[in-house]
Design a protein around this ligand. Structure first.
Ligand code: CAA
Length: 703
């Protein structure tokens, strides 16, 4: 709810504005600010104005929720608000606390003076939303702090501490306290100087001093072209800055506005804005009341010192949490401890950590061999071999030793958590924490709630994920949860296309060109082809799979498990991770195609990409309709942070909406008619059809 408080402190009008939680500049606030500024202009008793944000923050910029809606174009726009300030004829001072970001900093730069609290952070993060600063930022910031500094800030999008700008024309003063009093003092001083004939200082009047403008901008342009290939905003930022420096402030503003409007309708910005909100939405659990507070956690234990267990342990150690690592034999435990030590040594060598910090973190590692030594921890995560019998045995031991109220988590990537929980007398304390490999690198954490998992345990797991800086997405129980259940369909499609005539390298290349970090075959070689083989065998035995891939099974029978065995879908050479086309695999594929009697055909890249991506989308829709995922944007987040889906495409569900759900279903029906197609596979999910009929997207928005 927008509100504005206008008060007179001697001859200074103090305009305190609020638009919780971050004072974003939606239409209501823009209108209220223009009105208050005009009131101050008219009032003869007012000599100067101070703008200050409520909620201990200045302003986080334009209201991103308005983008793409009619509210955004409703006057007054931000440029009008900024022009009103600049031409008020009385000094306006921005008093900055908390953050001044994007349009918030642009508003401040339109003021005649700026005073900041020392803890404040300033930045132009629009590039992270696929945009450029569209309210004068590309023109005013270079004039205030120089082109190179301004470009660095706009291209990184990172907020910087106010103290860094002390002494530059960007900030008149940086104070530890008394922000408002200082701002009022600056306002009075400026009013006196103005009344004595001085011109009001305006960023737009400052001269740009850059001896080699063209060379600097060309260098920046070349750099962003390589570093941010699919993203149009960075190059547009450089263009806007250069244009304004060459043609003057007013022309620069016009060019900035033109470029901003172009970026706003670009699908890349739509994707990045979608991700901004998806990221925040994922933390909200529909049935979890804010009254349920997470329990404290100080000590954790990890069972299993293999690659996964040690990777998980590193997360907690890095967060400064005491971590006990349990193994069944000394040798395996020693290997795990060594792996962790090597990791921290590597961080120090790379200059990412100081030796002191690394030592402090590693010091929290407590290697143990006995379950009795972990009984008092707050959370235990099992990371043993993916086999139900083994997991059950671990959980029954945990049930007998762990203190009351401890959280018992499994890192299973596919198995039924309710079945695991049933081996204990405390199913309410059991939860899935599915880390992705390498667990200390990958952002994603699937938090899997069992049927009986308590809300308290769920709330604590979410808090814990935040503490170890993971992107947590809640999933219900099903085979593979959100991520792996979908990837199984994707892999099945990749294998089907192999049988139909495409080669592993053609499939990989097509989806990598689409933007995936790695195609399905290179990915499988990296993760280990035996993992999928193991899952297929289990699913066949459980009747969850009716058909297996003979080519993939045959590959594993030959021991071609991937990079770890030097051979998989591709050949690998010692010390070289490059995937080389394999004659053995080509022969194997040809033999299997002949054996199965399939007549092959050539597949184009568009078919390959659509079959892979839409297999994800259809399964995602089923996951959503079954309530396994809370929202489609959660599914997108899983794929963006755990499976290398191209960020600029916004995730599979968002991508499907951007292609139009109708078109997605039409393509699926087309695939169902292909020779040797699995018709049932391509039957559009009920939810997909319902969304098309209702004319909205998966989460109720535009389709
Ligand atoms: N518009 C609308 N809502 C915003 C917002 C914005 N600019 N910035 C934050 N919010 C919302 C978030 O969506 C979130 O809402 P919910 O509680 O409903 O999920 C809430 O404010 C709190 O945000 P966070 O959870 O991110 O809180 P935080 O304390 O971790 O971070 C922040 C606060 C640093 C301001 C962070 O939210 C942030 O970086 N916001 C984005 C700032 C930004 O990108 N500004 C540029 C906008 S574009 C622009 O200004 C264009 C232009 O040039 C004209």
């Amino acid at each position: 709810m927008t509100s504005l408080d206008y008060s007179l402190q001697q001859e200074v009008a103090v305009i305190a504005f609020a638009s919780p939680p971050v004072n974003s500049l939606g239409h209501g606030l823009r209108s209220a600010l223009v009105e208050a500024l005009e009131r101050a202009k008219r009032d003869d008793k007012v000599a100067a104005v101070v703008l200050i944000g409520a909620n201990a923050t200045f302003c986080a910029g334009a209201d991103i929720k308005e983008f793409g809606t009619s509210a955004m174009s409703r006057g007054p726009g931000l440029p009008t608000l900024n022009a009103t300030i600049e031409s008020l004829g009385k000094p306006v001072v921005a008093a900055i606390e908390g953050v001044a970001l994007g349009g918030g900093l642009e508003l401040a730069m339109s003021c005649h003076h700026r005073v900041a609290q020392s803890g404040a952070r300033l930045g132009l993060p629009e590039v992270k939303l696929g945009l450029l600063p569209g309210a004068g930022g590309t023109q005013r910031l270079p004039r205030l702090i120089g082109i190179e500094n301004a470009l660095n800030i706009m291209l990184s999008g990172e907020p910087l501490p106010a103290k860094m700008f002390q002494g530059s024309p960007l900030l008149d003063a940086v104070v530890d306290h008394d922000l408002l009093d200082t701002a009022i003092a600056v306002a009075k001083q400026s009013a006196a100087a103005h009344q004595a004939g001085s011109r009001l200082p305006r960023a737009r009047d400052l001269k740009i001093r850059e001896l080699d403008l063209q060379a600097l901008c060309q260098f920046a342009r070349n750099t962003v072209k390589t570093a941010f290939k699919p993203y149009p905003a960075p190059a547009a930022i450089v263009d806007a800055v250069e244009y304004g420096a060459q043609h003057g402030f007013a022309a620069g503003l016009e060019e900035e506005n033109r470029l901003f409007r172009g970026l706003l309708v670009d699908p890349v910005s739509a994707s990045l804005r979608h991700i901004f909100f998806a990221d925040r939405a994922a933390a909200r659990i529909k049935d979890l009341s804010p009254d349920i507070k997470p329990s404290a956690f100080e000590k954790v234990a990890i069972i299993g010192a293999g690659t996964m267990g040690t990777g998980i342990a590193i997360n907690f150690l890095t967060a400064g949490i005491e971590t006990r690592l349990l193994e069944v034999n000394q040798e395996a435990l020693d290997r795990g401890v060594e792996r962790i030590q090597k990791y921290f040594e590597g961080r120090v060598k790379k200059g990412k950590l100081t030796a002191d910090k690394a030592q402090g973190m590693a010091k929290n590692l407590v290697p143990v061999l006995d379950y009795a030594q972990i009984s008092d921890v707050d959370l235990v995560i099992e990371a043993v071999f993916e086999d139900m019998a083994i997991k059950k045995s671990v959980f029954s031991q945990l049930d007998s030793v762990m203190r009351e109220g401890a959280i018992l988590a499994t890192n299973t990537s596919t198995l039924d958590i309710d079945e695991i929980a049933a081996t204990t007398k405390r199913a309410e304390d059991v939860i899935g924490l599915h880390f992705f490999s390498p667990a200390n690198v990958m952002k994603l954490l699937e938090v899997v709630r069992g049927k009986k998992t308590s809300l308290q345990v769920l709330a604590t797991a979410m808090a814990l994920a935040k503490k170890i800086r993971k992107t947590a997405v809640v999933s219900g129980v099903c085979d593979g949860f959100i991520g792996n259940r979908m990837i199984n369909q994707y892999s099945a499609q990749a294998l089907a296309m192999l049988e139909e005539g495409a080669s592993p390298q053609q499939i990989d290349a097509a989806i990598e060109k689409f933007g995936f970090a790695m195609g399905p075959f290179r990915m499988s070689d990296l993760a280990g082809n035996d993992i999928g083989w193991h899952i297929r065998k289990r699913q066949l035995a459980e009747g969850k799979l009716t058909r297996t891939s003979l080519i993939a099974d045959r590959l594993c029978e030959l021991g071609r498990f991937g990079q770890k065995t030097g051979a998989g879908w591709y050949d690998y050479r010692l010390g070289d991770r490059h995937a080389h086309v394999s004659e053995v695999v080509e022969k194997l594929i040809a033999e299997q195609r002949t054996a199965s009697g399939v007549s092959t055909r050539s597949l184009d890249d568009a078919e390959i990409v659509d079959r892979l991506v839409f297999s994800l989308v259809n399964e995602g829709a089923k996951i959503l309709q079954e309530g396994i995922a809370q929202r489609a944007s959660d599914i997108d987040l899983v794929y963006l942070t755990g499976y290398g889906f191209p960020i600029w495409r916004g995730g599979p569900m968002h991508y499907a909406e951007s292609r139009s759900l109708y078109e997605v279903a039409r393509r699926m029906r087309e695939f169902a008619t292909l020779p040797s197609a699995d018709e049932a596979f391509w039957q559009p999910a009920d939810l997909l059809q319902q969304c098309i009929a209702a004319g909205h997207g998966f989460d109720g928005g535009a389709a």
